[in-house]
Design a protein around this ligand. Structure first.
Ligand code: URP
Ligand code: ZN
Ligand code: ZN
Ligand code: ZN
Length: 464
């Protein structure tokens, strides 16, 4: 049974163009664009987008649904987290499957498929967290790439949990240089940080703000530098996740000036929040504990500038929610026991649109950093991340003039606070299609768990 939808009279925005065009959707894909209008198209469903933007659904390449961390689990399941993503105009997530030490990549991947399958409102894919590099793991990387898991995260932080030493990192990078995989790096010097954590706690510095103080910008920059040079030695590309420090951005910019295939993402929390939030009284700062940490406000300007100069290419959320009551609580009296992570999968598209309203980035750059480049970087383009004939009809009708106030009282993420409580932004998602199926219609949820499917990825399409 074929189904046709026409989206009329909107401004279609992609990373490369802004055109007044009508969009024809047929059987879940974009069939044609007509500019200015095509009166002849017949359809089962007509969406009037007069005065609205018609944009590709957001591609959030960094989420952690149900992640086990610090004795608890991230509070969004694939069901709740993907529904919230859709409410926020995101139609694809790439989540991190986890290899635990002593287990195979396959075991970790199977566990993640079991969590996600049949539960997602939007399409999803996986990266693989590699916690245990050995001969077997390296062989498994090749097999995973054939199954569409083409990127692998390693950690220079969290000794004893996810941590890899330089030798393990180099070996994984050498393998990725051969098999086309992309290494994603959590770049913080975790060995040094753990010393500073113990020293701070011994001095009685136990509150959330000390989380930010011990995880120093210089230790992010040092690890970023080391990761870049290891990748250079291996001849492999590198993608640094959740970049937050001016000094780390400088390392990326320098490597890119040298012509290296080095890329970076930042996240809305580093662009809009700061160490001031970590210092909020009555343990409220715990709501803002994540790693890399929120930095003093000055760092925000470097991140915005790097997004303009393309020294940073992607904004993802690192969505990893823990409730204030019952989860963040675990770290009362010891900041090192606060589960690390912030909610945000629902807020990213709107916060970045606010940056458009504020004149920080253009509309096309908004789509580039939130949709097109993440899709290209992680082998999903042009199926995802753009509006072009043949692409999946993952489309958001966005009202650029609607006002909203972000709040836990109205958001759809399964977490008891908003990191942006009370923040006013201009712009709001109105309607969302996922492969042509309406998931949100005029701000009513019409989606269903199980509509979203696992989406295998090709290798990185964004090398210099
Ligand atoms: O604090 C964070 N970022 N939690 C999620 C795990 C990670 O390192 O990305
Ligand atoms: Zn028109
Ligand atoms: Zn990380
Ligand atoms: Zn993360």
């Amino acid at each position: 049974m074929s189904s046709r939808t026409v989206i009329r009279h909107g401004l279609v925005i992609t990373a490369s163009d802004e055109i007044h065009a009508d969009v024809l959707v047929e059987d879940g894909r974009i069939a044609a664009l007509a500019t200015p209008h095509s009166q002849s198209w017949t359809a089962d469903r007509v969406i009037d987008a007069t005065g609205k933007y018609v944009i590709p659904g957001g591609v959030d390449v960094h989420t952690h649904m149900e992640l086990p961390f610090g004795g608890t689990h991230a509070s969004d399941t694939f069901a709740t987290g993907t529904r919230a993503a859709a409410w926020g105009g995101t139609t694809t997530i790439v989540d991190f499957a986890v290899q635990s030490v002593g287990h195979t990549l396959r075991e970790g991947l199977d566990a993640w498929h079991a969590k996600a399958e049949g539960n997602c409102a939007i399409d999803y894919a996986f990266h693989m967290i590699v916690s245990d590099v050995n001969d077997e793991t390296l062989k498994e990387m090749d097999l995973l790439i054939e199954e569409g898991i083409t990127s692998f995260k390693q950690f220079m932080a969290y000794p004893g949990v996810f941590y890899s030493d330089d030798g393990q990192i180099l070996r994984a990078m050498q393998r990725s240089a051969e098999n086309g995989g992309l290494i994603m790096m959590h770049a913080e010097n975790g060995i040094a940080i753990d010393v500073l954590v113990r020293q701070a706690l011994a001095r009685g510095e136990t509150g959330p703000r000390h989380h930010g103080e011990v995880r120093k910008a210089l230790l992010e920059a040092e690890a970023t530098h080391r990761a870049i040079r290891l990748a250079q030695v291996a001849g492999a590309p590198l993608y640094v996740v959740h970049v937050s420090a001016t000094e780390a951005v400088a390392e990326l910019a320098r490597a890119r000036d040298e012509g290296l295939n080095v890329f970076g993402e930042t996240c809305p929390q580093y662009l809009f929040l700061s160490a001031d939030n970590l210092a909020e009284p009555d343990f409220e700062g715990a709501k803002y504990v994540c790693s890399t940490p929120l930095r003093p406000r000055e760092h925000q300007e470097s991140l915005w500038r790097a997004l303009r100069t393309n020294d940073l290419q992607v904004v993802s959320t690192d969505h990893c929610p823990f409730c204030f009551t019952g989860q963040k609580d675990l770290g009362r009296g010891d900041f090192s026991k606060i589960p690390n992570g912030l909610p945000g999968v629902e807020n990213r598209m709107d916060l970045l649109h606010q940056a458009v309203v504020d004149g920080r980035i253009s509309r096309r750059r908004w789509i580039e950093i939130a949709c097109a480049t993440p899709a290209r970087m992680f082998g999903l383009y042009p199926k995802k991340g753009t509006i072009t004939p043949g692409a999946d009809a993952d489309i958001v009708i966005y009202d650029p003039r609607a006002e909203q106030v972000m709040s836990a009282a109205t958001h759809h993420m399964n977490v008891d606070y908003s990191a942006y409580e009370g923040k006013r932004v201009t712009g709001r998602v109105e309607t969302v299609l996922s492969r042509g199926e309406p998931v949100i219609v005029q701000r009513e949820y019409t989606g269903r768990a199980g509509h979203g499917v696992f989406t295998p990825r090709s290798t990185c399409q964004y090398l210099n």
